[in-house]
Design a protein around this ligand. Structure first.
Ligand code: GLY
Length: 597
């Protein structure tokens, strides 16, 4: 019997998942195998903390919460109690929950607070005004209470031990500290430097033991007294008092009124597989599904992974989705976000029809700061009006702290539960502030808002209409993209990454490399990356993209920019459909760990 069109497509997809015959792939170690479960994180001690929970009979949610707390100790520059995050949770029952623990703008924040007279032009990134209401703990506590099996004290124990007993820092940790020191912020925030850097006279070198007794005491208080001591008790009061003393607006009442939100994930379908990702206030899920919908109309596999033909199509789909990010996305509790339209297949077909198969296409999607008119054609919503983008203020430009300031981990268990979590303090060491006596590093998530229409943030991201403008209680638009892939209702992949807007393209490439190009989990995240975010209009590529491919892309019209360093840190688990094995892969660009049992 000849297969039907749909059956044939599914066979091809299955072959792509299993095949190892594809030519263009990066050298990568084999994925780590777990028969029962897997934890993959960008830092080794934190991955071990999660594994310990699984081995002690906990489920994936217990393991995720333990990993999250531990990452806040071992990567204090990326995430922790002073920041926020998104947890995409799949229960063994099949239910999927998008748990939004994103920071909020304080009640004292206002739309023009960063462009007001006398406000420093880096105030959204550094110092007290940059601090949004810390929120991660509320999300972790809710996840554990609703879906976990262990107590807060049990899942926090590894983090407390790591903070109190210390741990030798890795080479990557060294590189991060060097990068942060080079920004000059260590002098501006001596209380943070005193904890995070070796004492004067000692070099920043692998093996130096980072001990954080004040953070250990804070974690112990939370484990003993519960999250209320943070949100409604003395820790929250200490945070607010310190921020206000420095001239910020965060108040104890902002912490007291903070609530995590349980949301519906964004759902898409790609070549017969179900893709679930994070909804607004993340832009990640919408953009990911939009790009996949566009690309579904092309046969990517015959073009070859890493070829100029496939990179061209994928990059153009990124450009389209990022244009929509700039035009339409924001916190759905404050602005109307046309999510259903943006992730609709017929909308993708219209966008695909506007792409040129062999040439970079400028109008109408590109935005040029010097252009008089901005012409973004929307999803049937008509031409967008011209925004006023003259703020009369010099923009601070992209940050030298961008790229390495968020972290992702993925967890699976034997029962079929899975968690993809991305958490952040935004830029390295967030606002720079450590609250005295607590060891808590405060975020600078306010820079994820647009300080003014079309004024790029630290990641170069713009907001055309103010949908992502600051408002009291509002959540800043994020790019964090914790993602799950299902096949016939069964879990097939858990994925995510840090990297600012490059998170979205990193997750897209992890999925395409696996689904279309048949790579295993390790190969899929080792392959050279590329990124196009519409504004600025350039195709950023890792140096591993061969020179002849770069030239071919230039001939197609792309403004190719070879990045000085590689980016992102994808942490992926693939479940083998035949055996049920959990195949974990940590990004070779960083020094994380995949551990199974
Ligand atoms: N702070 C980075 C993001 O949420 O996208």
């Amino acid at each position: 019997m000849r297969p039907t069109g749909r059956a044939l497509a599914l066979i091809l997809v299955a072959a792509a998942w299993l095949s190892s015959s594809f030519a263009a792939r990066a050298a990568a170690p084999a994925p780590v195998v777990g028969l029962h479960g897997m934890v993959v994180a960008a830092e080794r001690n934190a991955a071990q903390a999660g594994l310990a929970m699984l081995q002690a009979g906990g489920n994936a949610i217990d393991a995720a919460v333990a990993t999250s707390f531990a990452l806040g100790v071992t990567e204090p520059y990326h995430s922790g109690l002073g920041g926020g995050g998104f947890l995409l949770i799949r229960l063994a029952s099949g239910e999927v929950i998008a748990l939004d623990a994103r920071e909020t703008a304080p009640a004292g924040a206002s739309r023009d607070m960063f462009v007001a007279d006398g406000v420093a032009n880096d105030a959204s990134r550094t110092g007290p005004l940059a601090v949004a209401t810390p929120s991660l703990l509320a999300g972790l506590a809710l996840a554990l209470e609703r879906y976990g099996t262990k107590s807060l004290a049990e899942v926090m124990a590894p983090a407390i031990e790591l903070a109190a007993g210390g741990f030798p820092i890795s080479l990557r940790h060294v590189r991060v500290l060097e990068a942060w020191k080079a920004t000059g912020l260590a002098e501006r925030f001596p209380e943070t430097a005193a904890i995070q850097l070796p004492p004067a006279g000692l070099p920043i070198a692998p093996g130096w033991k980072l001990v954080q007794p004040q953070l250990a005491a804070t974690l112990r208080a939370i484990a003993r007294e519960g999250p209320d001591v943070f949100f409604r008790g003395r820790i929250g009061r200490a945070i607010a008092a310190d921020v206000q003393r420095r001239g910020g607006v965060l108040a104890a009442s902002d912490l007291a009124s903070y609530r995590p939100i349980l949301r519906e994930p964004v759902r898409g379908n790609y070549r017969g597989l179900e893709v679930l990702s994070f909804p607004p206030p993340s832009s990640g899920g919408v953009a990911l599904v939009e790009m996949l919908n566009i690309l579904e109309g092309f046969e990517l596999r015959p073009l070859g992974a890493g070829s100029s033909a496939s990179i061209h199509r994928i990059a153009e789909s990124m450009k389209l989705a990022f244009a929509d990010r700039a035009a339409y996305l924001g916190d759905p509790d404050f602005v109307t976000v046309p999510t259903a339209q943006l992730v609709a297949k017929d909308y993708a077909a219209k966008l695909r029809a506007r792409m040129l198969p062999s040439r970079w296409h400028r109008a109408p999607w590109t935005w040029d700061r010097d252009e008089v008119a901005i012409r973004v054609a929307g999803p049937g919503l008509g031409e967008l009006p011209l925004p006023d983008h003259d703020t009369g203020r010099e923009a601070p430009g992209p940050s030298d702290r961008q790229g390495g300031s968020t972290t992702h981990f993925s967890v699976t268990d034997a029962a079929g539960n899975a968690v993809a979590t991305t958490q952040t303090v935004n830029l390295l060491f967030g606002s720079g502030i450590t609250v005295p006596g607590t060891g808590i590093v405060l975020n600078d998530e306010m820079d994820d808002f647009s300080v003014a229409p079309n004024q790029p943030n630290a990641f170069g991201l713009v907001d055309v209409h103010g949908t992502n403008a600051v408002a009291p209680g509002k959540r800043p638009l994020s790019s964090m993209t914790p993602t799950l892939v299902l096949e016939n209702g069964k879990l097939r992949m858990v994925a995510g990454s840090p990297g600012g807007p490059r998170i979205i393209s990193t997750v897209l490439l992890a999925l395409l490399n696996t689904i279309d190009f048949g790579m295993d989990a390790s190969e899929a995240i080792a392959a050279p990356r590329f990124h196009q975010q519409w504004a600025p209009d350039e195709l950023s590529i890792e140096a591993g993209v061969p020179a002849d491919v770069q030239d071919a892309l230039r001939r197609r019209g792309h403004r190719v920019k070879v990045a000085e360093r590689n980016w992102s840190s994808a942490q992926v688990i693939v479940i083998d459909p035949k055996t049920g094995w959990h195949l974990g892969a940590t990004d070779p660009r960083t020094d994380g760990l995949a551990v199974g049992y």
